[in-house]
Design a protein around this ligand. Sequence first.
Ligand code: CP
Length: 354
Amino acid sequence: MNFEHLIDLDDLSLDKLNEIIDMASRISKHPEHYRHACSGKILATLFYEPSTRTKMSFEAAMQRLGGTVIGFDNPMGSSVSKGETLQDTVKVVSGYSDILVIRHSRDGAALAAAQASLVPVINAGDGTHMHPTQTLADLVTLMNKAGRLDNLKIGLCGDLKNGRTVHSLIKTMCRYENNSFVLISSPEFALPDYSKDYITDSGASYMETDSLKDSIGGLDVLYMTRMQRERDVNAKESFNILDLETLRLGKPSLCVLHPLPRVDEITKDVDADTRAVYFEQTRYGMYARMSLILNMLGKGLGIEKDQSSEIESKTLCSYSNCITNQETYLKRLYEKDGKELICRYCEHRTKSKE
Ligand code: CP
């Protein structure tokens, strides 16, 4: 089976990405025009990990398009609790549906799901790895609020190590002209090397700092994130907090985004500032998902992946949270880079043992 899956936004051409963003903006102005666009279609949601926004915005998106939704949001209430493998579950549920959305705590789970699916798969967040539909929501918000996706100085603040929304957003914003990044975190929650490599390889620049107060003044966009306590036992309270006093140091045109949920990293009084657009961002996320579903069930995403450099190896992926270390029947797929292997599922590097 060779369907077009959305595992990583990088799989889309920039033209296609912009088409999806433009369509989301059009839908946001006239959602009623799309009321019957997916009539008779079924979207399945497999949420192995908690979610409010992603799950409910996908459900709302499909229902607003005239389709229906099946799925689970508690794997312990499904046959996963009896030991069913990820790929067996996907094989079965994809036989009931036209498009499948998966969220999982393991990096690479969406790719593993896609390998077994009978229908197109959308990655709704895989471990610490990627969250492409959150990035779509971020891009639609930026187009509508900042008016552009290029020539932006973007500050990313909080848990940059575990925050998949950050990893996805950086990877995509590197594709637009002349963006630069300010990575604001304590050293123990710094951006992983593979994500820094994207910035460097794209020719964009970044600087690292631990102070939001010192860096906010130069930013066009501030992307706040929470500490990912469910992924990292060392994650305690937020190191940098956006309060009104700090926001006063920002430009009048600053856009403050946050994928949400918020914990303690933005004080509630910031919500009333017109630069705080994170609640509007959640609504743009629904329109972004409507546009994505329409494209995937309609004319497609136009993905042309070159997999000629992919190899299978007996070497175990060194990243403990990689899906291949849980679902051990999966083929271990890598790209070779000298003596190192880059895992196709989680993108972490492992020394080759062969
Ligand atoms: N932004 C986001 O992914 O939120 P949820 O975890 O609530 O889906």
